[in-house]
Design a binder for this molecule. Structure first.
Ligand code: SIN
Length: 285
């Protein structure tokens, strides 16, 4: 198994056929995943069944409430944009499921139909984002919590906007999002797999710091978002037929570029169950 650091973040892995990786090979893949939270594979030939089997090696499958499921495989969420649609799924920096009490561990994304140009996915590491903050900011963040919500993304107001712009078939169940309680997570987590500190707020689903209004939260959130997405930290993954990405939601953010107007892009995503998140301890404690 050959590995190389991907510029910006993540590890690229060659010379492995994910359909038949034996337990030793998978253990090495798993160790890289647990350490870096982001893996890229090329040249795979995964059927839907292979995709499901691979995802199960990472954990229990979490069937997404909001994404439209594959017609024959409910475990697979469709991440698709038709040529006539304007908006795509995931077209802004976010980490999936931070609005859940137990945010999903991560996802296995398989390219199925790609535009001739564009449609890359960008990733950033939340380990790096935290580690490169000034020490006094790190210490301040360790004691803080933030509120996360799905309503503004998957709720009925946004569903109306999607209908008006012809993208109503990408997601479903807005009433579920409307009814979901917002949740609170530590701003800096002790990562459940690596034990390292990671920044855990994101532009997609974090709505404010606990105990502060949105307005009072914006300056610090804006600072953290600009810091995390500095160009040198961004890993841009150019999809090819057979490409697979596996990411950890607690260690990364991602952003699906929407730069392929008039073309179709179809990806299959399987998400894995996570666990409750715990706060990193203050360096002074
Ligand atoms: C997502 O899961 O946010 C979509 C990623 C992608 O389509 O590249």
């Amino acid at each position: 198994m050959k590995t190389k650091r991907h510029p910006g973040a993540g590890i690229e892995i060659w010379d492995v056929d994910l359909r038949v990786a034996d337990d030793d090979t998978f253990a090495r893949i798993r160790a890289l995943f647990d350490e870096h939270g982001l893996l890229f594979f090329r040249g795979q030939e995964l059927s839907e069944e292979d995709h499901i089997a691979l995802a199960r090696r990472f954990g229990t499958i979490n069937v997404n409430r909001f994404f439209v499921a594959h017609a024959d495989y409910p475990e697979i969420a469709m991440v698709a944009k038709a040529p006539e649609e304007r908006f795509n799924i995931g077209g802004g920096w976010h980490t999936d499921h931070s609005y859940d009490v137990e945010p999903a561990l991560g996802s296995v994304l398989v390219a199925r139909e790609l535009p001739a140009t564009g449609g890359d996915t960008c990733f950033v590491s939340m380990y790096d984002a935290f580690a490169t903050l000034p020490v006094r900011v790190q210490e301040r963040l360790r004691g803080m919590n933030a509120v996360h919500s799905s309503k503004h993304v998957f709720g009925s107001k946004t569903a109306l906007l999607r209908r008006l712009t012809g993208s109503q078939n990408q997601v479903k169940n807005p009433e579920l999002a409307d009814a979901m309680e917002d949740v609170v997570h530590p701003v800096v987590i002790k990562h459940p797999l690596s034990g390292r500190e990671a920044l855990y707020v994101n532009p997609g689903f974090t709505i404010r710091f606990e105990g502060r209004s949105l307005l009072r939260s914006l300056p610090l959130l804006g600072y953290l978002y600009a810091h995390a997405t500095r160009a040198r930290r961004v890993a841009r993954f150019q999809w090819q037929p057979g490409s697979v990405a596996v990411w950890d939601n607690r260690a990364t953010w991602h952003f699906a570029k929407n730069d392929y107007a008039g073309q179709r892009r179809v990806m299959h995503r399987i998400t894995i169950d996570g666990c409750p998140l715990t706060a990193a301890r203050s360096a002074r404690a």
